[in-house]
Design a protein around this ligand. Structure first.
Ligand SMILES: [Zn+2]
Length: 423
């Protein structure tokens, strides 16, 4: 995002560049998940774009300092996954994670260890660095992720960590070898880049340990129902995996988010969440990964009336996608929470099943590539129109035909899943 932001602010200062700058600002707002402060900065920069004289001087100064703070990780980037628990109030109204403690950027950076480092030595270094970070920042808690009983294992690209007696080292190795397979498949299938540093994986057997880790390592307070998240700044993923060998899907989901950012920082929300969710329940078929039906089908079966059209889904930015319900003033807070959460669950499920549809039509890779190659400078139409156009080009079908074909496919798929007893 920093690159897009720098380009937009530079264009503002070039005579005649304001129109292009505005397009770039719209692009940022449509494709990046922005913290409230960052959103304000972007909106302010867009408002001030092209102003002249003394205002321009102060504007340049403002944008320069802001950019530094965006780049330095003052607003760390986190993506979370929330499980939709049936018939319970487990979910927290679709709220997102919040930062309750500020962890210094240097702490995150200290956890980035080059993958050329010998595994045993990398493990030793990480243990030392996490322990000293925990001791410094969480003095009062007297708690560390890596206590004396913690297990920690390294593979070629991953270091897997578990607190206390959550898992045996042999179990952590199972996690690592499966993650290695998904890493290879994501790179092969979608051209993602292998990271230069180890990806740190925090595996927890229960929600308690998962939340303790999130607070200690990332200063995060997670909402109810959260079962996984990924953190760009120290290249880590964390998840609750109650049973080894069964529930590793959340790791695959979070790994997708981490890796998609390597070459596709402006991936649209429906694609990022749809594909991450597709691989939660999936299998490796020779050289490719393939998503399979999962619990999100039941969400669509139950709340079909809340499902957005494809055109609407493609037009949403992150804030629409995460929280799209409109409410009546008479609604109580609990009703609002439930509505918001149901709508959010349906948005995610629709995105997942649209990716599933593309996979079954053997078009997922083409569509991914077409959106990755989009250039905001070359748009001759609105971003929304261009999304429909790009999809239609990649599929070789008109957008109207894709919309109706998807609706038909989805209806048949949900009936099939119901008949087969998936829900
Ligand atoms: Zn996600």
């Amino acid at each position: 995002m920093e690159v897009d932001y720098m380009m937009a602010t530079s264009l503002c200062n070039i005579p005649g560049g304001q129109e292009q700058a505005r397009r770039r600002f719209d692009w940022i707002q449509a494709h990046y998940s922005l913290e409230p402060n960052a959103a304000k900065v972007i909106a302010g920069a867009e408002r001030n774009c092209g102003t002249v004289g003394s205002q321009q001087v102060s504007y340049i100064w403002t944008s320069a300092t802001t950019r530094t703070s965006l780049v330095s990780g003052a607003q760390p980037s986190v993506k979370g996954k929330i499980y939709y628990e049936w018939g319970s109030s487990l979910a927290d109204g679709g709220k997102s994670a919040s930062f309750i403690k500020r962890i210094p950027t240097e702490d995150f950076e200290s956890r980035l260890i080059d993958t050329t480092t010998n595994g045993a030595y990398a493990v030793k270094m990480l243990r030392k660095r996490i322990n000293s970070s925990c001791a410094r920042i969480n003095r009062e808690a007297k708690d560390s992720v890596l206590d004396a009983e913690a297990s920690i294992e390294a593979s070629k690209h991953f270091i897997v960590v578990s607190r206390g007696r959550d898992y045996l080292p042999s179990e952590l190795n199972i996690f690592a070898s499966r993650l290695e397979k998904y890493l290879q498949a994501y790179c092969r299938q979608f051209g993602m880049t292998r990271p230069q540093h180890f990806i740190i994986v925090y595996a927890s057997k229960n929600v308690d340990n998962f939340k303790k880790n999130a607070s200690l390592l990332h200063g995060l307070n997670l909402p109810k129902g959260a079962i996984g998240y990924s953190f760009q700044n120290d290249l880590s993923i964390a998840a609750v995996v109650p049973i080894v060998g069964v529930g590793q899907g959340t790791f695959n989901h979070e790994l997708f988010h981490l890796l998609s950012r390597s070459k596709f920082g402006d991936i649209p929300p429906w694609m990022d969440e749809g594909m991450a969710a597709l691989y939660e329940v999936s299998e490796i078929r020779s050289t490719k990964i393939a998503g399979l039906p999962n619990w999100r089908g039941r969400v669509l079966f139950t709340f079909g009336s809340l499902r957005p059209s494809l055109k609407t889904l493609l037009s949403w930015n992150w804030s629409n996608f995460d929280n799209n319900a409109e409410y009546q003033p008479s609604d109580t807070l609990q009703v609002i929470d439930n509505q918001r959460f149901n709508q959010q669950a349906v948005n995610y499920a629709t995105a997942r099943y649209f990716m599933f549809y593309l996979q079954e039509k053997r078009k997922l890779e083409d569509v991914y590539k077409a959106f990755q190659e989009r250039d905001p400078d070359l748009l001759t139409m609105s971003i929304e129109e261009n999304s429909c156009y790009t999809l239609a080009q990649a599929m070789g079908m008109s957008f109207e035909n894709i919309e109706s074909d998807f609706q038909k496919w989805l209806k048949d798929e949900i009936i099939k899943e119901k008949m087969r007893g998936y829900f």
